[in-house]
Design a protein around this ligand. Structure first.
Ligand code: HEC
Length: 151
């Protein structure tokens, strides 16, 4: 009987040490993950956003207002009324600026947007946007500014 008990104790011991090892490794993994997370200032929550160009293009195809969607995804950072990136892009509240731009002609505006100008990146950052979608975003911004493109 004694050797049997001894063997049983050994098996139990092995099982317990295995479980302890597993718990320790899980604990370590958890620790590493939490130290890798960026430190946030007190009380400030960070929000991580993701952008998938392929699914954005797919969504645009079915969106009845593609210009508005492109604006909200890209152009708004610089062209909104209170832009997140204030680098003096004509805002959607600047009727005079968009009226003047409308005189430049749409083909030219699309070409400039595609190439980028001054601090504006090529295609306004929307590399998956077609020229037509850039144009729709421009027309949307003009409308927001109260400029009818036929002006
Ligand atoms: C990173 C900021 C930024 C983003 C994002 C951006 N723009 Fe601009 N945009 C600018 C700036 C700055 C100007 C003014 C450039 C200048 O000095 O003439 C400008 C000017 C323009 C103009 C007028 C061109 C001209 O001759 O002045 C058009 C049209 C335009 N942007 C379209 C777009 C569209 C469409 C998008 C989104 C797809 C977009 N922009 C996104 C910064 C931006």
């Amino acid at each position: 009987m004694k050797p049997f008990l001894f063997r049983l104790a050994c098996v139990v011991c092995l099982l317990l040490s295995g479980a302890a090892g597993l718990m320790l490794s899980l604990h370590r993994e958890h620790d590493t993950t939490s130290t890798l997370l960026p430190a946030t200032p007190n009380g400030v929550q960070t929000i991580q956003t993701f952008h998938y160009p392929e699914s954005f293009s797919e969504q645009l195809k079915h969106n009845p207002h593609p210009g508005e969607a492109v604006f909200h995804q890209y152009c708004h950072s610089c062209h909104d009324v209170h832009p997140v990136i204030p680098i003096h892009a004509p805002t959607v509240a600047d009727k005079a600026a968009w009226r003047a731009l409308s005189k430049v002609g749409m083909a030219q505006l699309v070409a400039i947007s595609a190439q980028g100008v001054a601090a504006m990146p090529a295609r306004g950052g929307c590399f998956e946007c077609t020229d037509k979608q850039l144009q729709q975003a421009i027309v949307y911004m003009m409308k927001r500014a109260g400029v009818d493109f036929s002006d």
